[in-house]
Ligand binder design. Structure first.
Ligand SMILES: Nc1ncnc2c1ncn2[C@@H]1O[C@H](COP(=O)(O)OP(=O)(O)O)[C@@H](O)[C@H]1O
Ligand SMILES: O=C(O)C1=C[C@@H](OP(=O)(O)O)[C@@H](O)[C@H](O)C1
Ligand SMILES: [Mg+2]
Length: 164
């Protein structure tokens, strides 16, 4: 959360001239409700079920840049769908940077606690190894503006001959 997936994903899609899709937005459209409502009414498990279904659908499509939510790596099905069907970019950010970038946003239920820093540290410990497991490309976003991050991603995609 706050690494910049939604922001960078959209910018990268322009650079690659591909469609951009954010799985969180698709989940909200299909549910006719926002993410806080889904967490409230269906719990995190309900949200994860919806997320897995949407990632299964979207990862099967070609020619798009997909931004997932940060918890997508928690399920094995998502990990194998993402890893098997596309190029996965892991955007890294420190917890301090995540806190700065998410502070004013009420749209992330997991961070609506008195101590989001502790939550983010726990999530990082749990998820970082999973992100590394699925990533083809790892990009440090620390104190890099979105445009610079996209430039770094493009350079790495070219170095790996994933794009020209
Ligand atoms: N590299 C960056 N530098 C500065 N601000 C950023 C950067 N990436 C994202 N942001 C800002 O941080 C916030 C969270 O970004 P977002 O794209 O929603 O992250 P994610 O989808 O990974 O949770 C947004 O306000 C966005 O404008
Ligand atoms: O990390 C998570 O578990 C979540 C991240 C959110 O997306 P972003 O990573 O785009 O903030 C969103 O999917 C939901 O609030 C859960
Ligand atoms: Mg996002």
């Amino acid at each position: 959360m706050g690494a910049g997936k939604s922001t960078i994903g959209r910018l990268l899609s322009h650079e690659l001239k591909l469609r951009f899709v954010d799985s969180d937005k698709v989940i909200e459209e299909r549910a006719g409700a926002d993410i806080p409502w889904i967490f409230d009414v269906e719990g995190e498990d309900g949200f994860r079920d919806r997320e897995a279904h949407v990632i299964d659908l979207l990862s099967a499509e070609d020619n798009l840049v997909l931004a997932t939510g940060g918890g997508a790596v928690l399920r094995q099905d998502n990990r194998s769908n993402l890893q098997g069907r596309g190029t996965v970019v892991y955007l890294q950010a420190s917890v301090a940077q995540q806190l700065e970038r998410t502070a004013r946003d009420k749209n992330r239920p997991l961070l609506q606690t008195p101590d989001p820093e502790t939550v983010l540290n726990q999530l990082m410990e749990q998820r970082h190894p999973l992100y590394l497991q699925v990533a083809d490309v790892v990009i440090d976003t620390e104190r890099r503006n979105p445009k610079a991050v996209v430039t770094d991603i493009m350079a790495e995609l070219r170095a790996q001959q994933i794009v020209k």
